[in-house]
Design a protein around this ligand. Structure first.
Ligand code: GAR
Length: 207
């Protein structure tokens, strides 16, 4: 399965995924491309210099929705990544994909989010969790549907919220867990061990 990893920033989840692949944890996963919507994304350098991967930048130039995503589609086609052979991993990619794109890559796009969804979707999830006063937060890997952080959940991992936590300290602990669960979710998909039934993601036929 050909992986395209989409980023907008430092790329630590991307690094964790590529490291797991390099260590041989997902033999069926073939990373092909790292794409960013921002040229300054630090993850681009890591992808090229640490992993020798192809990187591309598609700046938005005010293109919205499908107008932008069409260009992503063309780029993926250039790298021969298709809805049948590909998996698109959003790793801190701070754009909402259009319904057209999501339909084309149905159940072939996954995302990681720094909260236990459906709590705290969208931006600043860790800050919202702290402000709400929850005692447990965490992270979620999910399939991407047309909503914002609403698709079927693949894996979640909980992280306790400490009384002394700041947004930075909580984000840091959640991030460490993100780095564990994202490669695990990709492994399950590339091994064809997941079935989606409505909102439920069944692992090996059991939930
Ligand atoms: C991660 O914490 C990821 O969960 C979050 O952005 C960060 C990217 O960090 N994504 C979202 O908030 C998506 N709604 P990274 O670039 O170091 O992987």
């Amino acid at each position: 399965m050909k992986l395209a990893i989409l980023i907008s920033g430092r790329g630590s989840n991307m690094d964790a995924i590529l490291t797991a692949i390099r260590k041989g944890h997902m033999p069926q996963a073939q990373p092909v491309l790292v794409l960013s919507n921002l040229p300054e994304a630090g993850g681009l350098t890591i992808a090229r210099e640490k992993f020798g991967l192809n990187t591309e930048v598609l700046v938005s130039n005010d293109l919205k929705g499908w107008e932008y995503d069409k260009n992503v589609m063309t780029l993926l086609q250039n790298y021969e990544i298709s809805p049948t052979n590909g998996l698109i991993c959003l790793a801190g990619f701070m754009r909402l994909l259009s319904p057209q794109f999501v339909s084309l890559f149905r159940n072939r796009i996954i995302n990681i989010h720094p909260s236990l969804l459906p709590s705290f979707p969208g931006l600043h999830a860790q800050r919202k969790a702290l402000e709400y006063g929850v005692k447990i937060s965490g992270c979620t890997v999910h399939f991407v549907d047309k909503g914002l952080d609403t698709g079927p959940i693949i894996i979640q991992k909980s992280t306790p919220v400490l009384q002394s936590d700041t947004e930075e300290s909580l984000s840091g602990r959640i991030l460490r867990d993100e780095h564990l669960v994202y490669p695990e979710a990709i492994k399950l998909i590339t091994e064809d061990r997941l079935k989606i039934s409505g909102r439920m993601v069944l692992i090996n036929g059991e939930h």
